[in-house]
Design a protein around this ligand. Structure first.
Ligand code: KIV
Ligand code: ZN
Length: 562
């Protein structure tokens, strides 16, 4: 039995007669706002310096984020200077709006106005705590007192902004009732409506109402209920842009954002890889790529996720976990054999169907969409199945092994993984393939040969093979005819010691390695005991590749028996 749970007060969900959000779908992206440089930055052991913040800012711009909270300029000289450098240094593209955060306190608001002078597009974001708990244990204030803090700030902001707007700044307002999720919903509506009125919000000049789960304290469906209720009760709904700001204390930040969007939110504040206070803010990468995999254009560019991850780790000195959705080192790696087989089959199915639709089990996203490679999708270790090695051969080296050969080659690879005790890299898998099949050129060697070919009046082809073979020290001549090179060769070796094999199947395709194009032939033979033997031959000559393949299969069988 666990200890300590009795002391917690469970979240009390709203009583909803009707809710419509569960029947909705996300069909378009929200307005994205990055709070990396503020909420994310304030949660770092070593907050970013100017250079790091600038580099981070430019990455956010490149991703396509148009609203970026750059800091808390009234909080410290460093924050103020960074804000000034962004504006004066000409770092902000014309289509990007910077957002600055300030507490609902007059002297901080004044300082914030100084910090933003000269900027073209600004969102002035102010907040105060509204939750039952914060009112009780932190502020010792009733609802009216808390409302006054917000409305006084709103009035001051409106007043200070008039000359700035007259000078040409595109200045918008955002208000956050901090700890919204723990606030009585009717009171949240009341305080937000009062703020909208004091900011003179209209449908043409809408104010952003940012409704944070400052501390995620309930399941995302309860939050969505709160949101739907809030929106339905807000008198000036058409004068507000409803924004989300999920934190991730229960690990449900993404679900909170997604259900919040279903419940009517239009904007999301988030950070790359979910950096932020405690367990972080909601992860914008996951949110956007979740939409992408549902066929919705997120409007954001994560096509070079590794580059973004590298910048993030360098600037924040945080690590992106190996299993972080879409971005983690291991998320495109299948260790399990059955997963590898299914991925292999899915990839073949997609090629054959030609529908262009992504239908690969265990890979919810095409790794190429985030600039990642197919090669590391499958790692070969002792847990891998028969299809994994064949998949690597196909995707990393272009060898399309026949299905029947997969178990045999898979076994060769498995023996090697057991021997070395670690996973095998694609190059080692190729080496095993080469050593076992292509290089199986002894004891029987083809020294020289010639084909003669003619087609009769009925269109039948007749091929004669004449060649010199060597078996250890013995050199011997063979000749035979057939309806094609393979048949002719088989007939030629009839009567020799190597003739106890039956031909089962063969497959050939072209393969390009660098600028060099060759034919590769896979040969399937059976010995007198019914045992399968595979061989592989390569040559620039499409007639020679299968002969080498046959000798490869025979040599492997003979060597194994010896
Ligand atoms: O989490 C939060 O509530 C905040 C506010 C300042 C918006 O970061
Ligand atoms: Zn926050």
């Amino acid at each position: 039995m666990s200890k300590g749970f009795e002391k917690y007060i469970p979240f009390v969900p709203l009583k909803m007669e009707h809710r419509s959000w569960p029947d909705k779908q996300i069909s378009h992206p929200p307005v994205w706002c990055s709070v990396d440089l503020r909420d994310g930055n304030q949660a770092l052991v070593d907050p970013m310096n100017l250079q790091e913040k600038l580099e981070y800012f430019h990455t956010l711009v490149d991703i396509g984020i148009k609203e970026i909270e750059i800091g808390f300029p009234s909080a410290s000289e460093t924050e103020y200077e960074i804000c000034r450098e962004l504006i004066e240094g000409g770092h902000i593209p014309d289509d990007v709006t910077i957002q600055v955060l300030v507490q609902a306190r007059p002297h901080l608001i004044q300082k914030t106005f100084e910090a933003i002078r000269g900027a073209k597009h600004v969102i002035l974001h102010f907040y105060n705590s509204t939750s039952t708990l914060q009112r009780k244990v932190v502020f010792h204030m009733d609802m009216d007192g808390i409302t006054k803090i917000a409305t006084d700030a709103a009035k001051l902001i409106y007043e200070l902004s008039q000359p700035v707007i007259a000078e040409g700044m595109d200045l918008r307002y955002e208000y956050s009732p901090e700890s919204f999720m723990g606030t009585e919903m009717d009171y949240a509506v009341e305080i937000c409506q009062a703020v909208l009125e004091d900011l003179h919000a209209t449908p043409e000049k809408r104010v952003i109402l940012n409704l944070p789960t400052t501390v995620e304290n309930c399941m995302p469906n309860y939050f969505a209920d709160e949101l739907e209720y809030f929106i339905s009760k807000l008198p000036s709904r058409d004068c507000a842009i409803i924004s989300l700001h999920p934190h991730n204390d229960r690990g449900e930040g993404v679900a909170t954002a997604e259900m919040g969007l279903l419940a009517g939110a239009e904007r999301v504040e988030a950070t790359l890889f979910g950096n932020g206070e405690r367990t972080g803010n909601v992860d914008i990468v996951t949110l956007a790529l979740n939409m992408h995999t549902q066929g919705v254009d997120s409007g954001l560019d994560f096509s070079h996720i590794n580059r973004i991850r590298e910048m993030y780790e360098r600037c924040t000195k945080m690590k992106v976990g190996e299993r972080q959705p879409y971005a983690g080192e291991l998320v495109f790696t299948a260790f399990s054999g059955s997963h590898q087989d299914a991925i292999n089959k899915g990839s073949q199915y997609m090629q054959e169907s030609g529908s262009g639709k992504w239908e690969i089990p265990y890979l919810p996203i095409d790794p190429a969409d985030v600039g990642r490679q197919y090669e590391p999708i499958i790692r070969i270790n002792s847990q891998s199945g028969k299809g994994g090695a064949a998949f690597v051969m196909q995707h990393s080296f272009g060898f399309d092994l026949p299905k029947a050969m997969h178990p045999e080659f898979g076994h060769i690879v498995q023996v090697e993984t057991d021997r070395v005790g670690t996973e095998l890299q694609p190059q080692r898998i190729y080496e095993l393939f080469k050593e076992n099949y292509i290089d199986a050129a002894k004891p029987y060697e083809l020294v020289r040969h010639a084909f003669a070919e003619f087609t009769d009046e009925e269109g039948h082809s007749h091929v004669t093979f004449s060649g010199t073979l060597r078996h250890k020290e013995t050199v011997f001549q063979v000749q035979g005819s057939g309806n094609g090179p393979i048949d002719a060769f088989f007939n030629a070796i009839h009567g020799q010691k190597m003739d106890h094999f039956t031909f089962v199947d063969y497959k050939e395709h072209a393969i390009k390695q660098g600028s060099d194009s060759q034919a590769v032939a896979y040969i399937h033979l059976q010995d007198e005991n019914g045992k399968d033997w595979f061989g592989v031959g390569m040559s620039h000559n499409i007639n020679l590749a299968p002969l080498r393949g046959i000798l490869s299969a025979i040599n492997r069988a003979v060597t194994a028996k010896d």
